[in-house]
Design a protein around this ligand. Structure first.
Ligand code: HEC
Length: 191
């Protein structure tokens, strides 16, 4: 019994390693334009800066709470600010996505933590990062700063980087349709 358990654990570890390796390899080869170890590191560095600026996390600044629509939350907050990550300064746009049973603008105003489902962020990167798609870095975080993932070919791909570039669905393809060709829907954000 003991041996079986060990064997099982061993094969699980090997499978995990194989999948992780495979994912890193495919991201490295550019087959998946998101979720690589670099993308995850970039996402973690960006989150840390957003937190320092009280744009996310427990001390987040509160802004206007308004009703939204899919794929973003039923209730939303949107804010933007220039931030500096590793010496590079660019515009970050933060959308807080609220949902769940009983969600309403008033409920979110009084208890945001209870309803916060995801923090979706666009960060304007340096020229050359993704020239065809206006150099945006995309990430979908959980409230604690870890990344949401999307299952793909038996792997969980972290949603960070050039998210779903070249696909019919996802951040880039949908935001491509935003008026003005800058991938931003909000009218009050000037780039
Ligand atoms: C099917 C379309 C669609 C998809 C997919 C989508 N978005 Fe959006 N996004 C919108 C719309 C519409 C708005 C404006 C919503 C509002 O404020 O009422 C928006 C707003 C935003 C904003 C605020 C800036 C702006 O454009 O107004 C951010 C940041 C954002 N989305 C990030 C993301 C990220 C990151 C992803 C992928 C994980 C994503 N979005 C996927 C449609 C989409």
């Amino acid at each position: 019994m003991k041996i079986n358990k060990k064997l099982l654990l061993g094969s699980m570890i090997i499978t995990t390693l194989a999948l992780t390796g495979c994912q890193t390899m495919m991201s490295g080869m550019g087959m998946i334009p998101m979720g690589s170890s670099t993308d995850q590191e970039d996402a973690a560095n960006l989150w840390a800066v957003l937190k320092q600026n009280n744009l996310v996390g427990n001390n987040m600044k509160r802004v206007r709470v308004y009703p939204g629509s899919p794929p973003h939350g039923k209730i939303l907050e949107t804010l933007h600010q220039q931030v500096t990550v590793n010496g590079y300064t660019g515009l970050a746009i933060i959308k807080r996505n609220y949902g769940g049973p009983g969600v309403s603008t008033n409920a979110v105003k009084s208890n945001p933590g209870k309803y916060l489902k995801a923090v979706t962020v666009m960060f304007k990167r340096e020229a050359g990062y993704d020239p065809e798609d206006k150099n945006w870095f995309w990430a979908k975080y959980k409230p604690n700063g870890s990344l949401h993932t999307k299952p793909k070919m038996g792997m969980d791909i972290p949603l960070a980087g050039r998210v779903a570039k070249g696909k019919d669905e996802g951040c880039i393809s949908c935001h491509k349709g935003a008026p003005g060709g800058d991938f931003v829907f909000a009218q009050d954000i000037s780039l």
